[in-house]
Write a protein that binds this ligand. Structure first.
Ligand code: HEC
Length: 134
């Protein structure tokens, strides 16, 4: 192998490595950027904190109007019961959050634009207290 082609191999390897790092870095920061917005899958508030749950209850029975479809106590109405342990999409925090942010096809409105992410997580915390299964 000539010196020139050796250099080419090293340069190409270096280039590929750099590209990989750039792609990796973008994937990472892309995830973090999404995480800072309404798409976060981690709650910025303590889901079992009494203040969080109180705030979530106020949103559920007030401003966000969840009660209109799910009932004041979450027992259901136009929307399904949130107080039993049966879930259509899932009762874990990340799934409930996803339901709130993007809505669900059979009549669950999207709240991603109507509330802050912190408020949505507070609502998640409250919804989780309605049912026996977390
Ligand atoms: C306009 C009526 C309506 C409003 C307002 C509403 N929902 Fe819903 N919700 C629904 C319907 C209908 C479904 C079932 C959607 C489906 O099956 O695709 C649903 C589904 C859900 C689910 C998924 C339940 C499961 O079993 O996986 C959750 C959680 C939920 N709503 C919480 C809320 C919260 C919290 C609010 C207030 C921020 C809210 N909803 C406001 C009608 C509503």
């Amino acid at each position: 192998m000539s010196n020139i082609s050796k250099h080419l191999v090293v340069a190409t390897a270096g280039l590929i490595l750099t590209l990989c790092l750039v792609v990796f870095a973008q994937t990472e920061s892309g995830g973090a950027a999404g995480g800072a917005g309404a798409g976060a899958s981690e709650s910025p508030v303590p889901l079992d904190g009494p203040a969080t749950i109180e705030a979530g209850k106020a949103l559920f029975t007030g401003k966000l109007g969840c009660y209109g479809c799910h009932g004041q106590a979450g027992g259901g109405g136009i929307g399904p019961s949130l107080a039993d342990d049966t879930w259509i999409y899932g009762g874990d925090a990340a799934t409930i959050h996803e339901t709130l942010v993007n809505g669900r096809p059979n009549g669950m409105p999207k709240f991603g634009d109507a509330a802050t992410d912190e408020e949505l997580w507070q609502a998640v915390a409250f919804v989780q207290t309605l049912s026996s299964t977390p």
